[in-house]
Design a protein around this ligand. Structure first.
Ligand SMILES: [Zn+2]
Length: 261
């Protein structure tokens, strides 16, 4: 008889298994993302698929982590100018995430990591972490997956600064590696920008790994013609594999440090 692989997906477990995991001090990862346009070549679930997949791989490596059912929807009003985007209001996003964290806490899980796959959620997940400290005196964590291994991604990337933003070298490479059948390579094209001023405020951000010094409201349909920010033409399966491996390794290390806290 072959042994079943260890379970780590919350939704596939029964309550006794979840209780055992809680008593054993498991960390819970909540993958969050968005359903939004990703140019003409990537599926609209790119952000949540990437963060969920990275969470699963880290959980499998560790054996002391549960992966919460993912938060599919994110804060994406700036993508509504293109078809496919389903956004929720920032209050809805905050309430939803706070309610999930409260439920985990209620069942005794005190170590929670929010793993984000969508830039537009960044400010909001940070708020949830800070507010959880205020309400529960408990330290939960939040991170966007690319930030976890930013130094390694800088070394792996082929594009110049500006090549990683949205539906870019990073996201296209990761999806080419994880789900090549869902990437329409015939639609890939480069859409980068040169900031028109010293602060780059013509578009708000310069690069996913260099967010710039100011925040300004922007709309993808106004600022881009195809909904792309960056250079997906240099994306590759190899780059995607290296990025996923680097992020998963870093996440595994982060979970260890968090457990020791
Ligand atoms: Zn994305």
């Amino acid at each position: 008889m072959t042994e079943n692989p260890p379970k780590f997906l919350w939704n596939e477990m029964n309550r006794l298994e979840i209780e055992r995991a809680q008593k054993a001090g498991y960390v819970v990862i909540i993958p969050v993302g968005s359903i939004e346009q990703h140019g003409p070549h990537l599926p609209v679930d790119t952000d949540i698929h990437s963060s969920l997949e990275i969470a699963k791989r880290a959980a499998l490596k560790r054996g002391d982590v549960l992966v919460c059912p993912p938060v599919w929807f994110g804060y994406s009003p700036h993508h509504m100018g293109f078809h496919g985007t389903l956004t929720i209001r920032l209050e809805t996003f905050l309430d939803l995430l706070k309610d999930i964290c409260d439920s985990l806490y209620h069942h005794g899980f005190k170590k929670i990591l929010i793993l984000n796959g969508h830039g537009g959620n960044r400010a909001l997940i940070n708020l949830v972490v800070n507010d959880f400290m205020r309400t529960h005196r408990t330290k939960i964590l939040a991170a966007s997956y690319w930030d976890l291994a930013a130094d390694e991604i800088r070394a792996i990337r082929k594009s110049e600064p500006g090549g990683m933003g949205h539906a870019c070298e990073l996201e296209t490479s990761v999806q080419l590696y994880l789900r090549p059948n869902l990437v329409d390579t015939s639609q890939i094209s480069k859409e980068t920008w040169t900031p028109k001023s010293r602060f780059g405020i013509s578009y708000g951000i310069k690069d996913l790994l260099d967010s710039g010094s100011v925040t300004i409201g922007f709309d993808f349909a106004e600022s881009t013609s195809k909904g792309i920010m960056g250079d997906p033409t240099v994306a590759s399966v190899d780059t995607g594999e290296k990025i996923v491996a680097a992020v998963v390794d870093r996440l595994v290390d982060l979970l260890e440090e968090y457990k020791q806290l």
